[in-house]
Structures are given as C-alpha cells and as structure tokens.
Design a protein around this ligand. Structure first.
Ligand code: IMP
Length: 428
C-alpha cells in the first residue's frame, strides 16, 4: 500500500504527463497499465521537452522505477527508440521494466490498422495508426504474442508465429489484396527484440506486489481518457483498452484495494482527436484561437485537435465511473483573456432535457449543449503558483466546475513547466 491512479477524465490529452512528472517526486514507482504508443505524454523539465509514448513519465525522477504493465500493448521498436533517445539526452533508463505478459504490437498490426481504417471509409474511427486496436483484438482472440514469449524463440514462438503469420497473410492478400508478410522477417525482428529487451522483461506484477507490501508509493499513469474507454467511452469511437480506473488493477496484476486514491485530470475546456461525438465542439474563431494559443495538435500524430467548452455532463459521468478522490485542472491559463467562458451544464435532444451522458452514440451526436456563461478574466492565470494570484473570475470558474463534477481540485496547472502549478492539497 498504497497506489494512486491518475486518470484522464475527458478524451485524452488532458496534460497527464506534466502532472505525473510533478507527483512522481513523491513516488517510488510510476507505471503504465493500458494503451500503447497511441498515447503521447509531454514532460517539460530542466533537461528539455520530452514526448513519451510508452515509457512512464516518472523516468526523470532518480528514486522512481518505471513499469510497463501487462495491460499495455508494446511496439518494441518504439520502446527501444524511446529508451535510446532518453539515454542520448542523459536520462537514466536502468529502472524501466516491461511485463512478460504485455502483448506486442507486431508489424502486421500496424499494416492492418491502416487497411482497416481505409476500409471504414466515412465511418473511419480516426485511429492513431499505431497498431494498438489490432493488437488488442489478437489479445482477446488468443492469438497475441507476449513479451515473455520472446524468451522461447525457436521452440515456443516460431510454430505459433508461423500459424499467425499464415492467418494474417490470408487476410492481407485475400481481403485487402495487399502483399504478404515474410515469416522469416517477422521472426528475425523477434530475435532482435529479445536481444535488446531481455534485460527488462520479467514478472512486473511480482515487483509491484512486493513494492506495495513494503509500503512503497505506486503512481498508476493512465493513458487516453475515460471518454475513450472501450466500455465507458463513446463506442465505437474509442480506443481498445480500459483507460478508466477500473482497468488499472487488471492491467498491472495488483489488488484493487491497493488503489486508495483516484486522481482525475481535467483540462479547463474539452479537446478530442479522431472521430466521434463531442457535444460542445466549436467550429469557429474561438476554437481556432484556443487551438493556436494552446497548440492543440496531437503529440503522437500531429493532428489538429477538436475544441469545445467544458462539458460538465461528461465530467460528472467521468467522476461517477472512476470515483475520483481528487481532481487536477490543467491549462486554465489558456482561457485567460476571453470575455466570457461557457460551461455545458446539460443537453437537449428534440426539445427534451437530458442530464446524463448517454450510452448511445447516435443520441449523443444529437445532443445540443445547454450552456451557462460566466465572466472571463483579463488578468493572467499563467504561471500562478498560489490561489491568491488567480483572478476572482477564474476562481469562480474553478469552483463552479467542482460543484458540477462533484469533487474538488487539489492541483491547478497554470503552464507547462513543473513549477507553474497551484498546489492546494497533497494528493499522494
Ligand atoms: P487508437 O487508440 O489508435 O485505436 O485510436 C482510437 C481513438 O482514440 C482515435 O479517435 C484516437 O484519436 C483516440 N486516441 C488514442 N490515443 C489517444 C490519446 O492518447 N489521446 C487522445 N486521443 C487518443
């Protein structure tokens, strides 16, 4: 004991990387439990700006060990590239561990992600194209390759891989009329991966269970966001894993009771990349201004993010799914200077009020936001480190969000750097 989960409360890109980096100073372990390199967590510290896709954002803290848990799908080339990049920038990577039960993103997963998206045409999900969805499909279909399988290359892996590559080639050539994969090439990649990764692959569930028994602090770094969760998000416009708090213990192999705190990270407005409903989306000058000011472009794909006012109906839903015990508000400074700010407090469909976040994507698409408008603030919040430095209108906005979500903010981020933070209460 204890573990704390840090969860994206919206559609991802809430600024979790900065918050994990900030909180990691008080942790001994920072661990990823879901998603893959579809995630992009940005950390800015004294050594520069880092975009992490697989390595947990606690890697910069000397006392922290990092685990990539069984619930993550891992592209070994991306992981190796990220480790090499960190090393070349002087970051110690000797305490990164990869679960032997984590599934690997294989070359055919990346090919299929692109082909399946193209085949969806107008119904495309807008995936990041990293092979994440197809890797989770194979996990559930019991035809995945796990990191630990690399330890038994010739006798264990090769016969299974032969069968799998034959099956994938039937799909690639017959369904998509694409070129087949060579078993030898795929197997050679596996041999190389094992050579480079064998030192970090192991039973990370045991590592974490022992750490919890010793009373060490484990910070679980969520990826994506609750509204992209496979079950609780805006299906089918979701990612393929359990990104909400419920996925955390399964994605690591730790007991659920160990997670004594669930920290929800909200951005002060909404963004979304890819397709799917977003009731407060704006397609006007305000959205463009916000996007440019906040540089709302994807860390992983570079795509322009869709922008909307804060959706408190979705926020309340997220609170109930995850049971947040404390909240973080990020990017408050981005709203500096707007004459007024809006919060969506309800929806209307066909003239009727809807006060919950609907499970039906079709219904959600028809939801019209009902806004509450609050005065903006012209004094900057950017760089503030104490509540007293925030304009009273900004404080009122924060308080109103708390009321609507049903939980308190214990940390407010007012800029990308570690120290641009208003810490109101210790969270871990
Ligand atoms: P996939 O996870 O690549 O399959 O993409 C499925 C959907 O989730 C797409 O709409 C992506 O844009 C979105 N998505 C996946 N990862 C992230 C993330 O880290 N931040 C924001 N959106 C994401």
């Amino acid at each position: 004991m204890p573990a704390y989960a840090l969860i994206g409360a919206q559609w991802g890109d809430e600024g979790k990387g900065k918050v994990v980096d900030y909180l990691a100073a008080q942790a001994q372990w920072v661990v990823r439990y879901a998603g893959g390199n579809n995630a992009g967590h940005t950390v800015i510290n004294e050594d520069g700006t880092f975009s992490l896709h697989l390595v947990p954002s606690g890697v910069f803290q000397p006392q922290v060990s990092c685990v990539i848990g069984n619930g993550v799908v891992v592209d070994p080339d991306v992981l190796l590239g990220e480790i090499t990049d960190l090393q070349s920038r002087g970051v110690d990577t000797s305490r990164i561990f990869l679960s032997d039960r984590a599934h690997l993103i294989m070359p055919y997963h990346i090919r299929l992600d692109a082909l399946e998206e193209a085949a969806r045409g107008r119904e495309a999900l807008g995936t990041t194209g990293k092979g994440v969805g197809p890797a989770y499909v194979d996990k559930a279909a019991r035809m995945g390759i796990r990191a630990g399988d690399l330890a038994d290359l010739e006798e264990g892996l090769l016969p299974r891989l032969k069968q799998i590559v034959e099956a994938k080639n039937r799909v690639l050539t017959k369904v998509y009329e694409d070129a087949p994969l060579s078993l030898d090439d795929v197997f050679d990649r596996c041999v190389q991966w094992w050579g480079k990764l064998k030192g970090i692959i192991g039973p990370t569930d045991l590592l974490l269970q022992d750490a919890l028994d010793r009373g060490e602090t484990v910070l679980l770094e969520g990826a994506q966001g609750t509204l992209l969760d496979l079950d609780h998000g805006t299906y089918p416009y979701v990612t393929s894993s359990s990104s909400s708090a419920g996925g955390a213990s399964a994605g690591l192999g730790i007991r659920p009771q160990a997670i004594i705190g669930v920290i929800g990270v909200f951005k002060a407005y909404c963004t979304r990349v890819g397709s799917g409903p977003m009731p407060t989306e704006m397609q006007d000058e305000t959205a463009d201004k916000l996007r440019e000011r906040a540089w709302e472009y994807g860390t992983t794909t570079g795509r322009a993010r869709r922008i909307g006012w804060f959706d408190a109906v979705a926020g309340r839903y997220s609170q109930r799914i995850n049971g947040f015990t404390s909240l973080v508000l990020t990017r408050l400074d981005v709203l500096d200077g707007f004459p007024s700010v809006k919060i969506c407090v309800g929806y209307r469909v066909d003239g009727k009020a809807v006060d919950h976040f609907p499970g039906s994507t079709g219904l959600l698409e028809r939801c019209q936001p009902v806004y509450e408008e609050m005065p903006g603030w012209d004094r900057p919040t950017a760089g503030a480190t104490e509540m007293a430095q925030l304009p009273k209108e900004a404080v009122a906005y924060v308080k109103r969000l708390e009321d609507l979500i049903g939980c308190s903010f214990h940390l407010i981020s007012t800029g990308p750097h570690r120290d641009e933070t208003v810490a109101l209460q210790r969270m871990i």
